[in-house]
Design a protein around this ligand. Structure first.
Ligand SMILES: Cc1cc2nc3c(=O)[nH]c(=O)nc-3n(C[C@H](O)[C@H](O)[C@H](O)COP(=O)(O)OP(=O)(O)OC[C@H]3O[C@@H](n4cnc5c(N)ncnc54)[C@H](O)[C@@H]3O)c2cc1C
Ligand code: SF4
Length: 861
């Protein structure tokens, strides 16, 4: 390529198509190509892509996946359709060395020139290496490209000690890579805390505790004076300004980034005060033919070191080049990511610098979960926040910040970890609320993609809007909006579980059952893709638990569980947990009642009788759970599974034993049923009840499985529901003997857990399945599908293998450590504010909190 293309006329004098040259094929450069294709400008131009790296664009954000075996192809973001487009020429492994603005050409590293009408600089940044003596010794690395990482992997093969200089976001990513390579890792941070730009001191402390638990050493307030070589000339030691030293075989610099603006500087273009090609909201530089996007751009003086704003720039510039008027008006600098397996998010005014800002803090030193919400002086608006250890609800919180709307929910409840219900969130969104914060996609745009662009599946929606292509946390929400819009238009809804599993829950259940997969990873490797998400992980955890009945906190299953299942307790709005021991059939002896009373008194727990005829003990702190449960288990109680999607209770009346109307022993049957199905994991919770006669005091016809005594035996009702959408149960069979009743319930429950969708109660399931109750009756009573033996065998396996999860946990020191690793400290525990009412404690309301002394934001920074 030693010739010059003329962009304006050919040798024959005919006009050439407009030539757009893109320098840099990183994440933003690649997104720009996709945007050119989307706007159809690609069909009208000649596009030349020049990338210095030898491979096409890849996912730099997930670079460390490479040390876990990800191939270049796995990380690749390159769209083959764009490469095959006749208007596209690509030069990889080639660098643009200069811009000749007067001739409107770029000069490549081999001297060749390429003409442009529009030059797009997407050259990203380079890691900053402080000029410390010895910084360039062999064994010193940076962490930006696949090439950098491969160099680290090679050096790590005969190394044992690694040091990362820089405890920011990228430094911790690099530390993770070194850890995965089996090195002892030290992180050296100049500032007094990790991630000083995103986290306050308490958040950083929580992160640090977790990082140190993984075996990494963290030194803050430490400045490196020199790197010293060993006898072989390679780096061997670091000396710090306080005189201390640390040995190291590998050093990775992660001390910040600098925009790659050298081409612009050399060509005499304006650059920002702090570096970066100076552009305005149009993304065009001081030369109207040269534009800049991504990390190399300084937009009105601001360089964005995150990929989300770069993607927005890519869209804006493509639309402008296609004739649009859109501008880049700044972007949110929120960060949400997993660092060394720890969820970390920082958004809005995270440090509380707004005048009069106050904070609501949830700070649990045992789980090392720290969540701070910064609220306006008048207590109405959310300004920002920091989440460490549990970033649940992040997207919703960020939306509240971005919308600036007054918040209805109590801030204390918002600060506590939550299990987000995508359906509810989808319902409360306005059209201009962001759904995908990585790519700035609003609910209105998602809806329009369905209604106007004809997207019918999640992948199609993702391709059309880019929603879900960043961190992926909004995919469940996108799916909910897609389903709602399609249902509203009378269209059949896409049933894939999530982007990682194209199958339905029902299909996955069958695959696990037939192929005998025992872990999430086995199933993912067989029929899934990617690494899983908050939708598929708990769903598959539940399927595995139903089929294998293995302890849900086994190391291979524990990371899949949601917060409630992880701690075998229901988290409450104030961040404490509830304890609900099983009381089969609602029958309890005075001795057991006394144990409950003693436990409640000793641990100062609020007690309440539940609608399911048991006793809820509320207000337990996480580290108290093992001691509470030890007392209860010793007294013969077992887990009531109030935290799980599983059988809850079998409610009953006293039946013929005491009641003069009773025709059967409803209490004994209820106890037998509860002991038979206890712990059965299912798509949603299951409630049951048994009444001793048709007066129905146990309200069995509002339950998933309801039994009502008759003179001749039992009538079986199914698929009743209380709650938000009450539904009367439907009669499935009449006058069954106790034995036939148990068989019918075995089959019914086994068929339901096998065929229901994720989070589908029996009532919704029955309403959905073809043939309704007639079909279920045919399967359960008449064995029309020939499944009866299988369904019964599955339930027999469940009954035979049942074990109390709390009992198992109390005898497993490793699991117990999760609850008992109490670190004594004197941080303000603002999340646990209680007042006393009617002789018991309860969480303080927001109003009551407001009257308590305000938290000192300065102290928390
Ligand atoms: C380990 C790591 C983790 C990260 N994690 C996150 C995260 O969690 N969230 C987040 O938002 N961001 C994260 N980032 C930042 C994110 O990767 C960047 O914001 C994004 O890659 C910027 O895209 P870009 O295209 O502007 O630059 P780049 O992706 O750096 O691409 C620029 C490309 O241009 C090439 N180039 C440079 N000069 C020339 C030239 N003269 N000629 C030809 N080619 C040239 C470069 O070699 C490079 O391939 C992370 C970055 C790293 C390294
Ligand atoms: S349902 Fe019938 S047996 Fe049970 S308490 Fe009521 S009246 Fe008595």
């Amino acid at each position: 390529m030693q010739h010059t293309h003329s962009a304006r006329t050919s040798a024959a004098g005919t006009p050439r198509p407009r030539s757009v040259v893109v320098a840099g094929n990183g994440m933003v450069g690649e997104r720009f190509l996709a945007e050119l294709a989307r706007t159809r400008l690609l069909d009208r131009i000649h596009l030349v892509v020049i990338g210095e790296e030898p491979v096409p664009a890849y996912d730099r954000v997930h670079l460390s996946a490479r040390v876990e075996g990800a191939t270049v192809e796995d990380l690749s973001m390159a769209d083959p359709a764009i490469r095959q487009h006749p208007n596209v020429t690509e030069h990889l492994g080639r660098r643009v060395d200069a811009i000749d603005r007067s001739n409107r050409t770029v000069v490549l590293d081999d001297g060749a020139t390429v003409a442009y009408d529009d030059l797009v600089l997407a050259t990203g940044s380079r890691p900053f290496v402080p000029p410390i003596p010895g910084h360039d010794l062999p064994g010193c690395h940076v962490y930006r490209t696949i090439g950098d990482l491969d160099g680290i992997v090679t050096d790590a093969s005969d190394a044992s000690r690694g040091v990362v200089i820089g405890g920011g976001l990228l430094g911790l990513e690099a530390a993770n890579a070194l850890r995965l390579l089996g090195l002892d890792v030290q992180v050296i941070e100049f500032a007094p805390r990790l991630m000083p730009r995103q986290l306050d001191q308490l958040a950083s402390d929580a992160l640090r505790s977790r990082v140190e638990e993984l075996g990494l050493t963290v030194r803050t307030d430490t400045a490196t004076a020199a790197l010293c070589p060993g006898d072989d000339g390679r780096v061997a030691r670091l000396e710090f300004t306080d005189g201390s030293v640390v040995d190291a075989d590998i050093v990775v610099f992660s001390a910040g980034i600098r925009a790659r603006d050298e081409l612009a500087r050399d060509a005499g273009l304006d650059v920002g005060e702090r570096g970066g090609v100076a552009v305005g909201p149009s993304l065009t530089s001081s030369d109207p033919h040269v534009h800049a996007i991504g990390e190399c751009a300084s937009v009105d003086g601001m360089v964005y070191g995150l990929v989300g704003p770069g993607y927005t720039m890519a869209r804006v510039l493509a639309e402008r080049l296609a004739g649009g008027e859109v501008t880049f008006d700044g972007a949110d600098l929120s960060t949400q990511l997993k660092l060394l397996g720890v969820d970390v998010a920082s958004f809005g005014d995270a440090m509380g610098t707004t005048d009069g800002a106050r904070a609501v803090v949830y700070d649990d030193p045992i789980t090392q979960i720290y969540r701070k919400l910064v609220i306006s002086r008048d207590g109405t608006t959310l300004l920002g926040g920091i989440l460490v250890g549990d970033a649940s609800g992040h997207d919703r919180l960020l939306r509240l910040v971005l919308s600036g709307r007054p918040v209805d929910a109590p801030f204390a409840a918002l600060a506590a970890p939550t299990v987000e219900d995508a359906g509810a969130v989808a319902g409360e969104l306005h059209d201009d609320d962001l759904v995908c914060t990585c790519n700035n996609v609003t609910k209105g745009q998602v809806c329009a993609a369905v209604t106007e662009q004809g997207c019918r599946t999640l992948p199609a929606l993702t391709a059309a809007t880019n929603a879900g292509t960043g961190c992926g946390s909004c995919t469940a929400l996108c799916k909910r909006i897609l389903d709602t819009e399609m249902a509203a238009a009378g269209l059949e809804v896409d049933t894939s579980l999530c982007p990682h599993f194209p199958q339905t829950r029902q299909e996955l259940y069958e695959i696990v059952r037939v192929k005998g997969h025992r872990t999430f990873d086995e199933l993912l490797a067989d029929v899934g893709r990617g690494s899983g998400c908050a939708t598929c992980k708990p769903t598959i955890a539940s399927i595995l638990a139903t089929i294998t009945n293995e302890y849900v906190l086994e190391p291979q299953h524990a990371p899949l569980q949601d917060t409630n299942d992880r701690f075998l307790a229901n988290i409450q709005k104030d961040g404490t947990y509830s304890v609900v021991p099983r009381v089969p059939g609602g029958e309890i002896t005075p001795d057991k009642l006394m144990v409950i009373a003693e436990v409640a008194k000793e641990f100062d727990l609020y007690t309440k009788i539940t609608g399911g005829q048991r006793i809820d003990l509320l207000g337990a702190r996480l580290e108290q759970l093992p001691a509470i449960w030890r007392r209860l288990v010793d007294a013969g109680f077992e887990s009531g599974h109030a935290y799980g999607k599983a059988l809850r209770t079998v409610k009953s009346c006293v039946g013929r034993t005491w009641c003069r109307y009773g025709v059967q022993d409803s209490t004994t049957l209820a106890i037998d049923l509860e002991e038979r199905y206890r712990g059965l994991r299912s798509p949603h919770k299951i409630k049951m009840a048994v009444s001793g006669c048709s007066r129905e005091c146990a309200e069995a016809q509002g339950k998933d499985v309801g039994v009502i005594a008759t003179e001749n035996g039992w009538n079986l009702y199914v698929a009743g529901n209380g709650g938000m959408k009450p539904q009367h149960a439907v009669l499935l069979a009449t006058d069954l003997s106790t034995e036939d009743l148990a068989r019918a319930i075995d089959r019914f429950l086994a068929y339901y857990v096998r065929t229901a969708d994720r989070l589908e109660r029996t009532a919704t399931w029955l309403n959905r399945i073809e043939g309704g109750i007639e079909h279920v009756r045919a399967v359960v009573i008449d064995d029309s599908l020939g499944l009866a033996d299988e369904l019964e065998a599955q339930m027999a396996h469940h009954v035979a293998t049942h074990a109390c999860e709390w009992k198992a946990t109390l005898s497993d020191p490793e699991r117990l450590a999760m609850f008992t690793s109490y670190v004594d400290d004197d941080r303000p525990d603002a999340s646990l504010v209680h007042v006393r009412e009617r002789g018991q404690k309860r969480p303080a309301t927001d109003e009551e909190r407001r009257t308590l002394p305000l938290l000192d934001l300065g102290a928390m920074r």
